[in-house]
Design a protein around this ligand. Structure first.
Ligand code: PMP
Length: 433
């Protein structure tokens, strides 16, 4: 009894044809082009609370939340007020403000590893800068990353990258020179022995280990405590810097991020998404002695015309204040359990090999019968079945991430009734796969 169709409406089709003439692939970031599932992306008119509305006038329960930032729901009135008030006072000064210190204080207060912080404009800038600081602080060259983890489009980290790079078959991008990538060691996620071996062989050269402390970018993949502990212990023993890339997990899997959730404190942390409340803002921070290496306190160069932008800072600050005043995390956890169990049962009763992984309001139904602990297993998922599942759900008014290799996100505006509606829709779709 659902009148929606399992494809983009005519207005989106026209808009996409035009966009394709103007922008590569019709988009400004590849994941949103629906490349993995085929067909035309939905063009969005507006968003409200848990909903997205496309330009053909259809409403969807949103399970991407702008790929993570919108944990309060879209267009939260207090965030919009903060943005409006800030914008009316001018949109950029290129000079310090008190509001920047307020947001810095909120971040330092929330995230266990951060004693000092720098605000930047995106997650990519945060990871790029954190690596430079780690190399500058240690005087070493090599960096360890894990296959299927995505840290933005930093040259040296676009090696075996997750997210759209994995989805679209470009984990190692053309344009990244061998020189830029030669100091990057790629290991398998959750592989303690692999990490031990790498340190045994390269220990004195390793500046940093960077990892997603819950992976969102090969679908949701949860770390073992042994893996996180090994990363912590080995970096400490060898004088390397442990960087948690919490661009996705920060303020999502707990207020203080995965480091709070798991009780393991890295040396540096990168943030994005929620910290900017839906505006372009990222941050990197860590121990004061490390952050004091950054110019003008120290010698490691990093700068930005729009860094600490007053409108972005206002959105981030309002978001963190609301999350601290009324933490949604327990309820999000319950909703995640409900959704995970429901999808698990729906796939089981449809006889589909699958596994569900989750951490807080971050979750993936993998079309793979075995547990997914690293890229090796994620890569073996049935992508074709996923594509039909995705479009089936669009037909039911449910907007899931358009790739098997992205976690779904929901917000505090999602209700039990919406979760149940989603499970019922998934049951229908999975039965007909
Ligand atoms: N790190 C992680 C873990 C991410 O998920 C992302 C983006 N999805 C980034 C870094 C890059 O952030 P941005 O897209 O803001 O540059």
């Amino acid at each position: 009894a659902n009148s929606q169709s399992s494809s983009a409406g005519p207005k989106s089709v026209t808009a996409f044809e035009r966009a394709t003439q103007l922008m590569p692939g019709g988009v400004n970031s590849p994941a949103r082009a629906f490349g993995a599932v085929g067909g035309t992306p939905l063009f969005i008119e507006r968003a409200d609370g848990p909903y997205l509305f496309d330009i053909d006038g259809k409403r969807y329960i949103d399970y991407i939340g702008s790929w993570g930032p919108m944990i309060l729901g879209h267009a939260h009135p207090e965030v919009i007020d903060a943005i409006t008030e800030a914008a009316a006072k001018g949109t950029s000064y290129g000079a310090p403000t008190e509001a920047e210190s307020r947001l810095a204080e909120q971040i330092i207060d929330a995230v266990p590893s951060i004693e000092k912080v720098r605000l930047v404009n995106s997650g990519t800038e945060a990871t790029m800068s954190a690596l430079r600081v780690a190399r500058g602080a240690t005087g070493r060259k090599k960096v360890i990353k894990f296959a299927g983890n995505y840290h933005g489009h930093v040259d040296s980290l676009l090696v075996a990258a997750g997210s759209a790079a994995a989805t679209l078959g470009a984990p190692d991008s053309p344009g990244v020179t061998p020189g830029a990538a030669e100091d990057t060691l790629v290991l398998s996620y959750n592989d303690v022995a692999g990490l031990q071996n790498a340190f045994a062989e390269h220990g004195p050269d390793i500046a940093a280990v960077i990892l997603e402390p819950v992976v969102g970018n090969m679908g949701c993949v949860v770390p073992t405590m042994a893996f996180l502990q090994a990363a912590r212990d080995l970096t400490t023993q060898h004088g390397s810097i442990l960087i948690f890339d919490e661009v996705m997990t920060g303020f999502r899997v707990a207020f203080g991020g995965a480091q709070e959730r798991f009780g393991i404190t890295p040396d540096m942390t990168t943030l994005g998404k929620i910290v900017g409340g839906g505006m372009p803002l990222g941050a990197y921070g860590g121990k004061a002695e490390i952050m004091n290496q950054v110019l003008p306190a120290g010698k490691v160069f990093q700068a930005g015309t729009l860094s600490g932008n007053p409108v972005a800072v206002a959105a981030g600050s309002a978001t963190l204040r609301l999350l601290k005043e009324q933490p949604p995390y327990e309820r999000l956890e319950q909703l995640a359990d409900r959704l995970a169990n429901g999808l698990d049962q729906a796939a089981a009763s449809a006889g589909i090999p699958h596994t569900v992984a989750k951490a807080g309001a971050m979750l993936t139904l993998f079309f793979n019968g075995d547990p997914v602990t690293s890229w090796n297993e994620a890569d073996r998922c049935d992508r074709e079945a996923f594509g039909r599942y995705f479009w089936g759900l669009i037909g039911e008014g449910i907007y899931m991430p358009c790739s098997q290799f992205e976690a779904l996100f929901f917000s505090q505006q999602h209700t039990e009734a919406m979760i149940d509606e989603t499970i019922a829709a998934a049951e229908n779709v999975l039965k007909s796969l």
